[in-house]
Design a protein around this ligand. Structure first.
Ligand code: CUA
Length: 337
């Protein structure tokens, strides 16, 4: 090849590579990482991306160069020279991809192993997913609808589901884990940034799937310790004051679908507002307490106007122990109009 041809080939490769690199860097493809695990996943992405960029530049250079220089001239209908195989090229284009794919799989395997390792002293949080709410329970018995985590300490989430398959996802933490009934799946997170991030259900789980969101707050270690110690003394929704009924209400995720003013954070819009149940009970020809109980245990018996049957799970009669169910019914009755 003449020197000008090499120059042309390399110039095309550099331009194609530069354009592709600009697209890779300028577009925010991934959310800003907030955990060590997400950092490692991002590293794996970039490792593979850099390899792809180089391959893209080489292929684009040869392709564009060939189109420019080896185009058939107008009126030229002759065949090209008969070529059969080229052992050197075949070895090169087999060995290089094999080495690259092996390198990617080795890096991925190391990252996967590191991301699954919670170390010797992780904070344990039990995660319960149910239609359509998240409940987080700590080793001190504290139950909350918002996941609070300390900065820098490995956390092992033990994720399960009460009804159907859900999936736990915090984009900034970089990982997803399925929540499966009758099974506990682990997910390790080591937060690297304080702040509040969304918790999203990422498995289609019913009509309220899109509303099945909560949030996670990463606190400094000192702030977390203070909250954790305080929450042990006064277990309650959100962490400050509350009755047993409110705790049961929160624990079962009622606030994810229903608005109920006495419970902080109960602002769900999937099901009817629970603040004016006397009117609904009267319309159903029942007195308040049995009406509330029936609506929890057998939600399709009377469906509020403007709402569809089959949205609220019919499993609460078995998942909430009878004593707690009575407390919950009494609590709602005492606080509704
Ligand atoms: Cu739970 Cu989607």
């Amino acid at each position: 090849m003449r020197r000008t041809s090499w120059f042309q080939l390399i110039a095309i490769g550099v331009i194609a590579g530069a354009i592709a690199t600009a697209v890779a860097i300028a577009v925010p493809w991934l959310p800003t990482s907030a955990s060590k695990q997400a950092d490692r996943i991002n590293f794996t992405y970039w490792f593979a991306t850099v390899i792809c960029l180089v391959i893209f530049a080489v292929v684009a250079a040869i392709l564009v160069y060939s189109i420019i220089n080896f185009r058939a001239k107008p009126g030229d209908w002759s065949d090209g020279p008969p070529v059969h195989g080229n052992t050197t090229i075949e070895i090169v284009w087999t060995v290089i991809p094999a080495v690259l794919v092996t390198a990617i799989s080795v890096v991925s395997a190391i990252v996967l192993a590191q991301n699954g390792n919670a170390g010797s002293n992780p904070l344990r949080v039990h995660v319960l997913a149910q239609q359509f709410a998240w409940t987080f329970t700590y080793d001190n018995g504290m139950t909350t609808p918002i996941l609070r985590l300390p900065l820098g300490r490995p956390v092992r989430l033990e994720i399960t589901a009460a009804d159907v398959i859900h999936s736990f996802w915090v984009p900034e933490f970089g990982q997803k884990q399925d929540a499966v009934p009758g099974q506990v799946n682990d997910l390790v997170i080591t937060p690297t940034r304080t702040g509040t991030f969304p918790v999203i259900c990422t498995e289609l789980c019913g009509l309220g799937h899109s509303t099945m969101r909560s949030s996670t707050t990463v606190m400094t270690e000192a702030a977390f310790k203070k909250w954790y110690a305080g929450s042990a003394k006064a277990p309650s929704p959100g962490g400050g004051g509350g009755t047993a009924g409110a705790v049961i209400f929160t624990k079962n995720g009622c606030g994810a679908c229903h608005t109920f003013k006495p419970v902080p954070g109960a602002t769900g819009k999937v099901g009817p507002d629970l603040d004016n149940l006397s009117v609904s009970a009267k319309a159903a020809g029942q007195s308040l307490l049995p009406f509330i109980k029936q609506s929890i245990v057998d939600p399709n018996a009377v469906v509020a106007k403007g709402y569809q049957p089959g949205v609220m799970p019919g499993t609460f009669g078995t998942t909430i122990p009878p004593k707690q169910l009575n407390l919950l019914v009494a609590y709602i009755a005492a606080h509704t109009k």
